[in-house]
Design a protein. Structure first.
Length: 332
């Protein structure tokens, strides 16, 4: 409606049909609730369907549709896609790096078979498909500082292997069938209102809770273990932006994105600015240390910045401020 003034446009919303209907799998993990909120603000509450195999907390139901979806059950997923007229699929279900090593057969089922199911359904129903990848898709033989988009990928975790598999399969389905597959490799994601589960970068979330609860964090990584990280708002915004980038601007289908890199010792210094008596001690978990030692230290996301304008907003200082602003009132 070109004759409408900017301020009048909100009274004449576009018809519902213009808005994609979006299914989020594994939506009760670290990223799903926040993403659903952003997408619901943009596309309408009822157009974003959260799903998982665990029970949603009571308040989740008031915020919009939530369904049981088992990504290992092809028919269950197919039925949801058809009945709910899904257009976009954001596939978050996965076992992360550390927990994956503790249960390799389950990780293979969820992270590999699950991807086969969503990939095939996305092809069949012409869905736009987003699958997150990770710094964990690289390994000890990859360049670690910096790590570009295209580099040797020989990860040594089942999580990493399954994510390389997802990247390659998605790019193949894009090339072979024109599937609109989009993938971002995320670093460690730090959030205040949701928790990660079973990852190697999880310490960077727990440290804030421990600082406020007891003033002490026992870190399972060595003090100088440098890893790429980003604050959740940046992570979710990068996801929204890559989903909305016109296909012709995407020169690749899998992009690195990041915001910062730090070590536990550096993060502890930042925490001390808010909790002066804060203490960090180290009790190294050999499994997670070995995983971290094989991952990128600094992630090169130049292509995302150049091709579709990716820009992070929060550095380590901004991140700490966000975390404490949210958590301090909760811990009193
Ligand atoms: C993990 O630590 O496993 C994840 C990741 C970096 O992919 N947070």
């Amino acid at each position: 409606e070109p004759w409408l003034k900017e301020e009048e446009k909100e009274y004449y919303p576009k018809p519902e049909e213009d808005k994609p209907r979006i299914l989020i799998t594994g939506s009760l993990g670290q990223l799903g609730t926040g993403l659903a909120k952003l997408l619901r603000n943009k596309f309408g509450k009822d157009n974003v369907i959260m799903s998982d195999i665990i029970r949603a907390p009571k308040n989740e139901f008031n915020r919009g549709p939530f369904l049981y979806a088992d990504i290992l059950d092809f028919k269950n997923l197919q039925e949801i896609i058809v009945n709910q007229r899904v257009d976009w699929l954001v596939h978050f279900s996965a076992l992360l790096s550390a927990i994956g090593e503790a249960n390799i057969p389950l990780a293979m089922r969820v992270n590999i078979e699950g991807v086969h199911n969503v990939m095939e359904l996305a092809k069949q129903y012409h869905l736009k498909l987003f699958i997150p990848s990770t710094i964990g898709a690289f390994g000890p033989s990859s360049p670690r500082n910096p790590t570009p988009d295209l580099a040797i990928q020989r990860p040594q975790t089942i999580y990493g292997v399954s994510k390389v598999h997802a990247e390659l399969l998605g790019e193949y389905y894009n090339y072979r069938f024109g599937l609109d597959f989009r993938c971002l490799r995320f670093p460690g994601v730090i959030s205040a209102d949701t928790n990660p589960g079973g990852g190697t970068t999880d310490y960077a979330v727990k440290i804030f809770h421990d600082a406020l609860r007891t003033g002490h964090h026992e870190c399972y990584l060595e003090p100088d273990t440098r890893l790429p990280m980003m604050y959740i708002d940046d992570c979710l915004r990068s996801l929204m932006e890559v989903m909305e980038t016109p296909a012709e601007n995407l020169k690749m289908r899998t992009y690195n994105v990041t915001a910062m890199s730090f070590t536990p010792a550096e993060l502890a210094e930042e925490v001390k600015k808010y909790v002066p008596n804060f203490r960090i001690t180290y009790r190294v978990d050999p499994v997670r240390q070995q995983i971290a030692n094989s991952w990128p230290q600094v992630f090169d996301d130049t292509n995302a910045r150049n091709h579709w304008g990716w820009q992070h907003e929060h550095d380590i200082h901004g991140l700490a401020k966000k975390m404490f602003d949210y958590l301090m009132p909760l811990y009193g």
